[in-house]
Structures are given as structure tokens and as C-alpha cells.
Design a protein around this ligand. Structure first.
Ligand code: C2G
Length: 130
């Protein structure tokens, strides 16, 4: 059982997120998503449109996702990987090299982001066309 873990806010869930989760699941057999809590988003300087519970419910409805846990701090990744016995830590490549220090305890994988879609693009496009 190869276990993969990934982190994010996943706000205004879109096809770029889904492609990331699909490819993440393809790296193993079990996918854990550490979902940014609302309080952590404040630390990240992000204000999610959907609160944590709704973002969690939407992620849990995705066939590629096996478990959703809260992400509350930047520093929890190492203990999460140990606690959940993750074999692969995976992020989109906007984070490339940012988490390489985790490579002593798991495989670190960065996948190409999906071009042409993002939560901020959705917000901007809706603002322009309203
Ligand atoms: N993503 C992607 N393609 C997009 C948009 C997002 O592949 N068009 C990926 C990101 O690279 C990330 C995941 O989808 O791996 C979630 O994206 P966000 O919700 O924007 O996550 P982020 O705010 O980057 O949070 O501790 C890490 C942070 O929690 C990551």
C-alpha cells in the first residue's frame, strides 16, 4: 500500500485541482489530502470563498481522495508524513524545491501545474464579466 500525501486550500474546486489529485493518486494506492484550515489560510494570506467544512466535504466526494486531514501549520508536514506513513509527498510545481528537505523520509514529487485555471483567475474573470 503506497501512500501519497498532498497539501492545499482547494478553494472554488476546479479542474486544475482535480487533475492534480488524479495524478497524485496515480503515484500510489492511497491519497491523503491535508486541507488548509481557515485559520491557516489567514497565515498564508489567503481568504477562501468556501469554509473548511465545505471544502473538506467537496474533497471527500472526489474518487481519488481517500482521507482528508486539516492543515493548521507550515511545520506539520514532517510529523504528518510519519504519522500517516506517507511514502510520497506531492505538490504542484509552483512549490518546486520548497519541500525537498522532506526527502530523507519520503519521495518528494512536484507535478506540473495545470495552465489556464486557478482560483484567482476564476475570481478575476467573474469580477470582470459581472
Ligand atoms: N494546482 C495545480 N494546478 C492549478 C492550480 C493548483 O496543479 N491550476 C495545485 C497546486 O500546485 C497545489 C494544489 O493544486 O499542489 C492545491 O492548490 P492550492 O489550493 O492553491 O494550494 P496552496 O495554496 O498552494 O497550498 O502547505 C502547502 C500549502 O497548503 C499549499
Amino acid at each position: 500500500m503506497k501512500r501519497v500525501i498532498t497539501y492545499g486550500t482547494f478553494d472554488l474546486l476546479h479542474w486544475g485541482h482535480i487533475r492534480l489529485l488524479k495524478r497524485a493518486k496515480e503515484q500510489g494506492d492511497y491519497l491523503i489530502v491535508a486541507l488548509s484550515a481557515d485559520e491557516f489560510n489567514e497565515i498564508k494570506g489567503k481568504k477562501a470563498y468556501h469554509p473548511y467544512e465545505e471544502r473538506r466535504m467537496m474533497l471527500e466526494a472526489i474518487r481519488y481522495v481517500d482521507l482528508v486531514i486539516p492543515e493548521c501549520t507550515w511545520g506539520q508536514k514532517r510529523s504528518d508524513i510519519i504519522k500517516y506513513q506517507a511514502d510520497v509527498f506531492l505538490m504542484g510545481d509552483d512549490w518546486v524545491n520548497k519541500f525537498d528537505e522532506l526527502s530523507d523520509i519520503c519521495e518528494v514529487v512536484y507535478l506540473p501545474r495545470t495552465e489556464g485555471i486557478s482560483t484567482s483567475k476564476i475570481k478575476n474573470d467573474l469580477e470582470i464579466n459581472k
